[in-house]
Design a protein around this ligand. Structure first.
Ligand code: IMP
Ligand code: MG
Length: 176
């Protein structure tokens, strides 16, 4: 049986989202924002974040698949679902659950930059700086965390644990 070691509590996460939302409101100073959440992991984060932002907010979703093993992305990114909304002239804010190697985001930043947004920034709840394989800019980061596999608050292991209110390190116990 895998074990869960709590890393970030529900209160810590909610307080951090208050902080991120305050920074975003100040930085965008009332301009409209198109939140583009990267499914599936970001669905919980974007739900909490969007309700703390101003009035002029739209939410859209993209889903990409990367071919790698279960816990690592390969960097080959393919759309399962693209955005429904045009990015042209919009303040596009990509919403990511966690930045690991950075490959997914680097790819999306490059591609979405060609769609002529007014601005393009990224907010990620979690980042593992030690795991970065490609450099990628992330304007807003909630927490830098150690290079371990985490679940909860939208993040899964084989589709489980997304519904946890907190974030935990998942440890596979050694087979006897
Ligand atoms: P990257 O392209 O390596 O940065 O991978 C980013 C994606 O891999 C994230 O959006 C997650 O879906 C997934 N991922 C990376 N690390 C973790 C983790 O610790 N737990 C759950 N999913 C993760
Ligand atoms: Mg993800």
């Amino acid at each position: 049986m895998p074990t869960l070691d709590a890393l970030l509590s529900e209160d810590q996460i909610q307080a951090k989202i208050d902080e991120l939302a305050a920074r975003l409101r100040a930085d965008y100073s009332g301009e409209s924002i198109l939140l583009v959440a990267i499914l599936k992991g970001s669905f919980v984060f974007v739900a909490d974040l969007c309700r703390r932002l101003g009035e002029d907010i739209e939410v859209d979703f993209v889903q990409v698949s990367s071919y790698g093993d279960e816990h690592r992305s390969s960097g080959v990114v393919k759309f399962k679902k693209d955005a429904d909304t045009s990015f042209e002239g919009r303040n596009v804010l990509l919403v990511e659950d966690i930045v690991d190697t950075g490959r997914t985001l680097a790819h999306l930043r490059e591609l979405f930059g060609t769609r002529r947004p007014k601005s393009l920034r990224v907010v990620a709840l979690l980042s593992k700086p030690e795991a970065r394989a490609v450099p990628v800019e992330v304007e807003y980061v909630g927490f830098d965390i150690p290079n371990e596999y985490v679940v909860g608050y939208g993040l899964d292991s084989a589709e489980r644990y997304r519904n946890l209110r907190y974030v935990a390190v998942l440890r596979e116990s050694p087979t006897p």
